[in-house]
Each structure stands twice: as structure tokens, then as C-alpha cells.
Design a protein around this ligand. Structure first.
Ligand code: AMP
Length: 421
């Protein structure tokens, strides 16, 4: 117990942290290009926010939330996603006051009591964007294009974008009735969850992972046949805009997504080699959520992508960056007499912004050179008792093994010169 993480969680260790920093750097560059600003919200919120926001009939709310009572008797939930929190922050901080359109992005941990497997964890990391305040389908197209760009800039190929429209409160009741009529004589064979969804939210049946329910929904009526004029028009314009900017997509009338707040546009980027966890990025429009959370009716659209899945996908195409750890100088101090001068030199190099390391344990020359290699040092500075007596250091270029003898008083300048050559 004491030496293992809870199931479904992982340490991100120093040998892979560069992969995460790489993703974060790409995300920040991309979001700056698209004019999205970073937001960081608390890891936990009042449970009510997610009940209202995500929808009480969703798997996330019914089965996956980490909910507990705090010592003050409040019901608290670790955030299972970040959209509801972003909307809460938008309302609480009146982010709408200065702008008609608020464009936010976030990177952080989410928590779901999911069944852990490759690409599915209980603590996972999402990068997501939210554009709040614009109803034009150009906004949907921009958000989708940002998602496409993110995956493209990482070099990932063979990703399929699926889009759908899930309608609005005006046209969804029509579809609901059609769905109920379709599933009526299959009701007995549906899983328990879907039986309870039948009345409460039959759309959710389409999102059920149970194989029987999946089979039973073959031939289900398509929502796109039931859209009201406004939703149909929005969907048509979106397709037009995506084509105009060369973002390829396929229509998937069964795509409903796992969260209840979606209206009109729903989309998902799939990378099929990840099997059951092939959804790498998903999102949609959520025009009702801001009002549901207590604000004025405000249109919005966004997406979230699971960074663990993105890394898994990059791995399958050998696109993960190499570990960039590089210490410029490794000081090899031999013998007690060399230790303090070496330590002083270490300090001086660092004060000149040169990444430097040394060994304190008094290991052998061979062991210290091995360490220098392990840290990808460009130079090793060898200081032994002899060198201290003569006030001359031996500097070895670790790439070509050339050695130079440099007097102490010019050592730092020489290293700076060599590094910047
Ligand atoms: P969602 O918030 O459910 O729309 O999911 C958005 C994205 O988050 C998915 O496309 C996945 O990439 C990722 N994701 C969702 N749940 C998990 C999980 N349990 N573990 C890892 N990634 C996840």
C-alpha cells in the first residue's frame, strides 16, 4: 500500500517529464496563436456544479465521480472535467463584463472512477478550450481547427474527425420520441442503466458501452433527420466552413458524446490504433450550460483532449520527443583537496547561467565520467590535486574527447566562449 499509487493513477517520472513539457509548450504556442487564454480552476468544486452541468443521467455523474463530504459537511467532487468549472469561473468572475467573447484554455488533472486500462485512468490530464459568447458556426469551425492543428503539429497522422449535430431543446424532443419508439420493443434486452435512461434520457443509450446495447441500437433513427431549421442550418454552415479551411471530416449521426450539456455541434477526433480508447479529442457546442449554471443564456463551444492518449498515439508513430536533459559541464573532482575548489567553480558556473553538476561522493574517475555521459554533459572539467597545485584545469570535450589545459583564471570565460561557439 505505502509503496504503490492508487489504482488508475500514475507518477510522471523525470525520464518522461520532457514529453509533458513538450505537449504543454505546443499547447501554449497554439493557444496564443488562436487567442485563447489560460485559466486554472480548483481541482474540486461543489458537487452540485457537476450534477447540474454534466447531467445526472451521464455515466460520469452516475458512476465515475469522486464525491465526498468535507469536514464542514459540504458535498465536494474532484473535477471529472473542466468545462463546468470554466463556466462557473466565467460567471463568478464576470469574465463576460469586458468581452462579448471569452476564449479560455486549461491543462490539468481530471478524476473519474473509470475502469483503468491503457489510455483510461482515474486521474488523467486534459488540455481543453472553451469559447464562451459566440453562436456563429465559424466559432465551432475555429475550435475544431485548433484541435486538428494540435494533433497535426505533433505530427500525428491517420486521425479521423467525426462530426454530428445533437440538436437543441427545440428539436431534441422529436428525436427523443423517435428513439423511444425504436427502443420500445427492445427495452427488456437493454442493460439496467439503459432501461433507466429510456425515460430519463434515451439519447444516452447511444453512448452505452455495453455490447448488447450497442447491437440493439443498430439501425437507430438518425438525429440529423430531426433537426430544427436553426440546428440544420448551423450544421450545414459548419461543414461548409470546415471544407473552406481544408479540415477533413466524416459525418457520424450516432456521435452523441458522454456529457449531457452538448447542443448542436458534437465532434470527436479518433485515432483507431488505440482501440477502445481511440477518442483522443472530443467536444462540441454547449449553448445551454451557462444558463443552467445560473448565467444569462450564452452560446459556447469547446473541446477536451486526453494527454495520456495523445502521448500513447505519438508513441505508436514514434513521434515522442527525445529526453533533452543537458548539463553543459560536469566537474570531476578527484581527491578531498579538489572538492571545495570544485564546489566553488560549480557555483560560479551556475551564476553565469551555465548548467553544471558535480559528484560529492568521491567516486572513481571512471564512475564520474560515466555520470557526465549519463547527464549528456558537453564538457567535463577535471580537477585533481595536481590541477589544484598548478591552478590549471583539464577540460574535456565530451563529444570528441579532445582535452585542453586551461588556467583557473580564464576557465569560466573559456567555457562560456566554448559553449557559445
Ligand atoms: P470527455 O471529457 O469525456 O469529453 O473526454 C475528452 C477526452 O478526454 C477523451 O477524448 C479522452 O481523450 C480523454 N479521457 C476521458 N476520460 C479519460 C480517462 N478516464 N482516462 C484518460 N483519458 C480520458
Amino acid at each position: 500500500m505505502l509503496t504503490s499509487v492508487p489504482r488508475g493513477t500514475k507518477d510522471i517520472l523525470p525520464d518522461t517529464i520532457h514529453q509533458w513539457l513538450y505537449l504543454e509548450e505546443k499547447i501554449r504556442e497554439l493557444c496564443a496563436k488562436y487567442g485563447f487564454n489560460e485559466i486554472r480552476t480548483p481541482l474540486f468544486e461543489h458537487t452540485e456544479l457537476f450534477l447540474r452541468g454534466i447531467g445526472e443521467t451521464t455515466d460520469v455523474v452516475e458512476k465515475e465521480m469522486y464525491t465526498f463530504e468535507d469536514r464542514g459537511g459540504r458535498s465536494i467532487t474532484l473535477r471529472p472535467e473542466n468545462t463546468a468549472s470554466a463556466v462557473r469561473a466565467y460567471l463568478q468572475n464576470k469574465l463576460y463584463a469586458d468581452n462579448n467573447l471569452t476564449k479560455l484554455f486549461y491543462i490539468g488533472s481530471m478524476f473519474r472512477y473509470d475502469k483503468p486500462q491503457a489510455g483510461r485512468y482515474r486521474e488523467f490530464h486534459q488540455f481543453g478550450v472553451e469559447a464562451i459568447g459566440e453562436q456563429n458556426p465559424l466559432m465551432d469551425a475555429e475550435v475544431i481547427s485548433l484541435g486538428a492543428d494540435f494533433l497535426k503539429e505533433l505530427g500525428l497522422t491517420d486521425v479521423i474527425l467525426k462530426i454530428n449535430s445533437v440538436g437543441c431543446p427545440k428539436c431534441r424532443p422529436v428525436y427523443r420520441e423517435k428513439l423511444q419508439a425504436f427502443f420500445k420493443d427492445k427495452f427488456e434486452h437493454l442493460c439496467k442503466d439503459c432501461q433507466s435512461r429510456f425515460d430519463r434520457n434515451p439519447l444516452r443509450i447511444l453512448d452505452c458501452k455495453n455490447p448488447t446495447c450497442k447491437e440493439l441500437s443498430v439501425g437507430v433513427p438518425e438525429i440529423t433527420d430531426c433537426l430544427c431549421d436553426e440546428c440544420a442550418d448551423h450544421f450545414e454552415h459548419l461543414q461548409h466552413h470546415l471544407k473552406a479551411i481544408g479540415v477533413d471530416f466524416v459525418l457520424d449521426p450516432r456521435l452523441v458524446r458522454g456529457l449531457d450539456y452538448y447542443t448542436k455541434t458534437a465532434f470527436e477526433f479518433k485515432y483507431t490504433p488505440l482501440g477502445a480508447q481511440s477518442a483522443v479529442l472530443g467536444g462540441g457546442r454547449y449553448d445551454g450550460l451557462i444558463e443552467e449554471c445560473g448565467g444569462n443564456p450564452t452560446p459556447a463551444v469547446g473541446f477536451a483532449t486526453g494527454l495520456e492518449r495523445v502521448l500513447l498515439a505519438l508513441e505508436t508513430q514514434q513521434l515522442l520527443p527525445k529526453n533533452k536533459e543537458k548539463c553543459t559541464v560536469f566537474i570531476v573532482a578527484m581527491g578531498d583537496k579538489a572538492k571545495e575548489p570544485a564546489f566553488k567553480l560549480l557555483h560560479e558556473l551556475r551564476s553565469k547561467n551555465i548548467a553544471a553538476l558535480m559528484d560529492y561522493a568521491g567516486r572513481s574517475m571512471k564512475a564520474q565520467m560515466k555520470q557526465a555521459n549519463k547527464h549528456n554533459a558537453q564538457y567535463a572539467i577535471i580537477l585533481g590535486e595536481d590541477e589544484i597545485d598548478k591552478q590549471i584545469a583539464t577540460v574535456r570535450n565530451m563529444n570528441d574527447s579532445e582535452q585542453m589545459e586551461i588556467p583557473f583564471d580564464t576557465l569560466i570565460d573559456k567555457i562560456i566562449f566554448e559553449v557559445n561557439k
